[in-house]
Design a protein around this ligand. Structure first.
Ligand code: PMP
Length: 357
């Protein structure tokens, strides 16, 4: 019998495109908010030695208990309140699979995976636009929550790509108005030094999501974790695949946590480069920069963002053109790179002055 794939494919999957990223040769890759500094070589050597002792024929620890133990000590929270995932993406998916009954709410512009994962999980994704200052419109948001009580609300803190952190008052009021879970995605919190973790015991519907992909420089190793009430973690553990974090990633995460200070050396440099980059971009009257609390900067150009993107790319610098909507008209996002990469970016911007007149 011939298979008609259109008949058996879920409608919500049919309309999606598979995730892919630009694969281009560039000397400065500043498009994905990665840490520009690779994981320290001395720690890589420790990992390699450690892996030699490790049995590759055995399944990984399904509970990732050693990594959770170290996180538990670091955050000073019971191990049973921590779940780990194959990147924080996986935890967004597990939360949505377990709790997506009444739909999800996220904002625009924000991290697109909240909506995409909701669609994949058959959870209705509602998106509310941020206002022109990239802030949450509380009237619209609270009235939507009151009427629909979405079972999941995703908030980037700081938000990607706008790089701002919404006010604590606004967020606590959302948490208090919601009977669903409020997921504070703190992927970039090491660069903002702001977190909702101190409120985790106060609100049983609060989830804090973290990742090793940014500050730790371990995007390739796919390690994310979340902190929430035991009840929420228990449900996430039911829906996650048994061995979601492979043995190698578990060992890397453990070694990263044991040598946290060495891993986090890069954060200081990134924060100081962020200040320098922001100051330099601001000098151009043709570019408008938005304030940033993350490891990236959002800016608007007076000419087409495509022209700026292409000019940078032809000079070997890859950034992200995010101008896909009226709110982000002619906006681009640049990840803070190494000092030499930032200099290269600034040189092209300086050279482009002529294009702007
Ligand atoms: N949340 C936000 C806000 C992000 O920007 C990203 C990655 N760009 C993620 C989560 C995903 O992180 P991970 O690598 O842990 O899946």
């Amino acid at each position: 019998m011939k298979t008609n794939f259109d008949l058996i494919l879920r409608k919500n999957i049919k309309k999606l495109k598979s995730y892919s990223t630009e694969k281009v040769d560039c000397k400065a890759k500043l498009d994905a908010n990665e840490n520009p500094f690779d994981f320290p070589m001395e720690l890589k050597e420790i990992i390699l030695k450690d892996l030699l002792k490790h049995l590759f024929n055995r399944y990984p620890d399904p509970d990732s208990s050693e990594i959770k133990g170290l996180l538990s000590k670091e955050i000073n929270i019971n191990k049973d309140r921590i779940a780990v995932g194959n990147g924080s993406d996986e935890l967004i998916q597990s939360l949505t699979l377990a709790f997506g009954t009444r739909g999800s709410l996220s904002f625009y512009p924000s991290f697109s995976m909240y909506g995409i994962i909701s669609t994949v999980c058959n959870t209705n994704p509602k998106v509310i636009s941020l206002d022109k200052n990239f802030d949450i419109d509380m009237n619209i948001t609270l009235s939507y929550i009151k009427k629909n009580q979405p079972s999941l609300i995703f908030i980037g803190y700081p938000n990607n790509p706008t790089s701002n952190s919404f006010s604590e008052d606004k967020i606590t009021s959302i948490i208090e108005s919601s009977s669903g879970l409020v997921v504070m995605d703190e992927a970039y919190s090491e660069f903002s030094k702001k977190t909702f973790l101190p409120l985790i015991n106060k609100y049983d519907n609060l989830v804090v999501l973290r990742t090793f992909s940014k500050a730790y420089g371990l995007a390739g190793c796919r390690i994310g974790y979340m902190i929430a009430s035991e009840k929420i973690v228990e449900q996430v553990n039911k829906v996650k695949l048994p061995f979601n974090l492979n043995s190698i990633s578990q060992r890397i995460g453990i070694i990263a946590l044991k040598h946290k200070r060495k891993c986090n050396k890069a954060i200081k440099i990134i924060i100081s480069e962020r200040t320098r980059l922001l100051k330099e971009i601001k000098k151009s009257s043709m570019l408008y920069t938005f304030p940033t609390e993350a490891n990236f900067i959002l800016f608007r150009t007076k000419i087409s963002s495509k022209t700026v993107f292409n000019k940078l790319l032809s000079n070997g610098i890859l950034i992200r053109d995010v101008a896909d909507n009226k709110l982000l008209k002619n906006c681009l996002r640049v990840t803070v790179g190494k000092p030499s990469e930032n200099d290269a970016f600034l040189r092209v911007i300086e050279k482009m002055k002529l294009l702007f007149v």
